[in-house]
Design a binder for this molecule. Sequence first.
Ligand code: TMP
Length: 235
Amino acid sequence: MSRELIYSGKAKDIYSSEEDENLIVSVYKDQATMLNGARKETIEGKGVLNNQISSLIFEKLNAAGVATHFVRQLSDTEQLNKKVDIIPLEVVLRNVVAGSFAKRFGIEEGLPIEKPIVEFYYKKDELDDPFINDEHVAFLGIATDEEIAYIKAETRRINELLKEWFAQVGLQLIDYKLEFGRDKDGKIILADEFSPDNSRLWDAQGNHMDKDVFRRNLGSLTDVYKVVLEKLKEL
Ligand code: TMP
């Protein structure tokens, strides 16, 4: 059985696995995009860093009893994952006001959100991933009410773990995006990645240690991601 390209995304390519039809190989790329791909750049070394960061986080989530797609890291840029049907939702959790939330509600970035807020965006490039609520998710047939409740509860449980781990290495977890998928038995598990590409991390001085460095032209993205990786290795 040879490896076949199943899907080419903005940050990763997905291949079938040679060892098991229920597994896939995710290959992390050096591409950085924003505004739904309208700005696109190659940033050498980003794929290796994100694969290492995401592998480290997912290993810890697995160990903490969170059901995820992560099996093991295969190489600098590759990891082995369980095959899932991705649920077309970007599940965003916000601990602190930033980004589109600050803009949408006219609130300054940095205000803590006492009860973290979970938001859904419908993953559909041609619609620019619109902001939707639970009732839209059910109406569109994306997930049942029960599944929505599970996804939200899992996202909050994961938040407690992540917030604590990042706090231990001096980083504040501002917000992040998760994706879930259904495995071969229909069970919902955490999929995709967790990296500074899809989260906001601020250090004690309020420096952006995430993709905002690229979005806002604040310096070298890989220099910052290297610091995040080195910090996480202390855990
Ligand atoms: P936002 O403030 O732009 O809505 O982003 C919230 C968080 O979600 C931030 O950590 C970045 C992440 N995110 C993605 O990973 N992919 C996306 O397409 C969007 C819009 C946000």
